[in-house]
Design a protein around this ligand. Sequence first.
Ligand SMILES: Nc1ncnc2c1ncn2[C@@H]1O[C@H](COP(=O)(O)OP(=O)(O)OP(=O)(O)O)[C@@H](O)[C@H]1O
Length: 265
Amino acid sequence: MNKKIIAHTALKVKDLSIGYFSKKSTTVIADGINFQLQQGELAAIIGVNGIGKSTLLRTLGNVQAKLSGSIQLDGKDLKSYTPIEMASTISVVLTEPLASKNLTVIELIALGRQPYTNWIGRLSETDKTKIQEAIGMVGLQSLKNKKCYELSDGQLQRVMIARALAQDTSIILLDEPTSHLDLHHKVQILKLLKHIAHKTSKTILVTSHEIEMAIQLCDKILIMNKGSHEFGEPCELIQKKSFERLFPSDTVTFDPKTGSFKIKK
Ligand SMILES: Nc1ncnc2c1ncn2[C@@H]1O[C@H](COP(=O)(O)OP(=O)(O)OP(=O)(O)O)[C@@H](O)[C@H]1O
């Protein structure tokens, strides 16, 4: 008998407003954000520079506080998660430079097990297995004993993904995981993330400027615009002409047939 696996909603965002508090004022960067992701989906947040993609990702990962609205992870309000529950449900890979490049690849990936290790940080057999699985998934076997400062940017991106995989959370958030990479490695990383999401039923959300790649590889896209945001499958968004509205039409135009941007000469 064919058993149908029904995916549940992993991340639900309702009427979310994001921004920054200071002593004197509150700055709203974006509001009216609504979307939901199912278990096992790869999704991208896209939008012009400064629109609030990283701010949204950090807010979803509880790295910074939301202004208002609700965020639910696996059907439970983010507010009700303890720090340990949070660390075993969601992993966040930000763009900040690594403070610990002196660690070896395997040591850095092992840091992903911190939410599970005891107070002296001793690794159990399960921890070691998860670390080896993560290394295998991103193909880092031959580099695992190298120091992180010896790696290229692309290799380092894979190490950061492996650390998030070792953390073994159901949701992974990555801020610009393909920045600084050449075309081949951008595609390789995004395909790897898609493979991991579909194979392991993890929900992976990235911010990206690689719109054409996101159209081809992501299951869902959130387009952040001034005033309103659009969310859906890439083909739905193409049909709604959502990508046409992203940039001023005197610079680039979007070709819905090829799913690519053309420079206006
Ligand atoms: N710590 C901060 N305090 C106040 N404002 C901030 C802070 N960090 C970012 N901002 C502002 O928030 C807005 C959104 O920034 P954010 O980095 O989220 O945009 P982004 O869409 O990720 O941009 P990019 O594509 O350039 O990476 C910008 O106007 C930025 O100046």
